[in-house]
Design a protein around this ligand. Structure first.
Ligand SMILES: [Zn+2]
Length: 415
């Protein structure tokens, strides 16, 4: 079996731990089999070498909230990308999905979690990546999100109502091949829905988590309004997306410390997506400080962090004005407006995200037994998160798949 030795200047084997100066990974069949001096010792004359003497090796990044099927472009003639996709041929949407995946890969994102598309588009692409037919980030897919009739993203074709109806929707989604269950627990950016109000009752939400867990799947809920957030916590959801604490009535927020404590104690993963219109370069945030236009909007995020909530990084890429290449800027905003340390932010896009995706046995850190998904950076990202702006090379399963922002020509499909 061909061995590969990846060498750098420094190794971030875990965002939560000290750097290693014996920066080397030995890879066999896509998996790391030795780290540091041991890797160097076990390499031999036949070992293939990927040498980056000036670079820092860090874990490949995980974007825990994307919509691969949508373009992420600005609205055109008043039409947002999620509406522009309605009625498009599945082949067109599949090409879009592949293009978006490769854009993400070029910037060091080696895993994405798709939080909603058409099941017939997303799931086959996720399978193609898994089968080695497509060089791309691995895809953890929720298939089509379960929503109420006419609810948020109804056009993704998984509407369900009532306990029996939503249970059937979970089973349908599982049968289609989804890796987790995504539920739209409140309205959202879809016209005619109400982000402040819950779309499902407590019994429906409980039916969803019970059946998802019976099938060994995690359940994560899109929830903006406090009413929906509280119902999801009570129903036993594993993750909450957005979690913006919108008050049921009026136009303010309704942050509930007692619920936040429950979210922390149950280690529910919160993915506060930071999309294109709410992410900024770190220097811009630092220059403005508390006068920054985003400062007020991130108050509940800072409160959740202070309360010890487990946070994972996500961009919502695919929605209006939100491309697939700027996870780094989302992470800068988490530092600037969330007050997180660079190490904590990197953790939220690596080891913690891997746990949320139930992939912590395979990715998230660079240690023996894990897949060799890593990025090569000029500077140390634990000191300054801006090191993620320029990713020199991307390695996925031990193969170099991108360099200086360009995805490399695919090797032959595995036989
Ligand atoms: Zn989303």
């Amino acid at each position: 079996m061909v061995k590969t030795l990846i060498r750098g200047r420094l190794l971030v084997w875990s965002a939560a731990a000290e750097l290693r100066t014996d920066a080397a990974l030995l890879v066999e069949d896509g998996a790391i089999t030795a780290v540091g001096d041991e890797a160097l010792r076990r390499a031999d004359g036949a070992t293939r070498r990927l040498d980056f003497p000036e670079q820092v090796i860090a874990p490949g990044l995980i974007d825990s909230h994307v919509h691969l099927m949508w373009s992420g472009e600005p609205a055109r003639n008043g039409i947002d990308p999620l509406y522009a996709a309605i009625g498009q041929p599945p082949a067109t949407l599949t090409v879009r999905t592949v293009t978006n995946l490769r854009a993400a890969l070029s910037r060091g994102i080696t895993t994405v979690r798709d939080c909603g598309g058409l099941a017939d588009v997303i799931i086959p692409v996720a399978r193609a990546v898994r089968d080695g037919l497509l060089v791309a980030p691995r895809v953890v897919s929720g298939g089509a999100p379960i929503t109420s009739t006419g609810g948020h993203c109804w056009f993704l074709e998984n509407e369900a109502d009532g306990e029996d109806g939503v249970r059937r929707a979970v089973r349908r989604t599982h049968k289609a091949g989804a890796d987790f269950i995504k539920v739209m627990a409140t309205g959202g950016g879809t016209r005619g829905t109400n982000p402040r109000a819950a779309q499902f009752g407590p019994a429906e939400l409980e039916a969803i988590t019970h059946d998802a867990h019976r099938l060994g799947l995690r359940a994560s809920a899109h929830a903006h309004g406090t009413e929906g957030i509280e119902r999801c916590v009570a129903a036993g959801f594993d993750g909450i997306e957005h979690c913006t604490w919108l008050a049921r009535d009026g136009n303010g927020e309704d942050y509930r410390p007692a619920t936040v404590e429950r979210i922390r104690n149950r280690r529910i993963f919160v993915c506060k997506t930071i999309a294109g219109f709410e992410r900024w370069p770190l220097e811009e945030i630092e220059a403005a400080g508390k006068r920054h236009p985003g400062w007020r909007k991130f108050a509940t995020f800072r409160d959740m962090l202070a309360a010890g909530v487990t946070v994972i990084a996500g961009t919502d890429a695919g929605i209006t004005d939100t491309n697939f290449v700027d996870l780094a800027r989302t992470m800068e905003t988490m530092v600037g407006l969330g007050g997180m340390s660079p190490a904590a932010v990197l953790q939220s896009a690596s080891a913690t995200a891997a746990k949320a995706l139930a992939l912590d046995g395979a990715i998230g850190t660079l240690e023996a037994g894990k897949r060799a998904d890593c990025i090569l950076l000029d500077d140390n990202p634990l000191e300054d998160v801006r090191a993620l702006r320029s990713v020199r090379a991307v390695i996925r399963d031990g193969e170099m798949v991108a360099r200086d922002g360009y995805v490399l020509a695919a090797p032959h499909p595995r036989t």
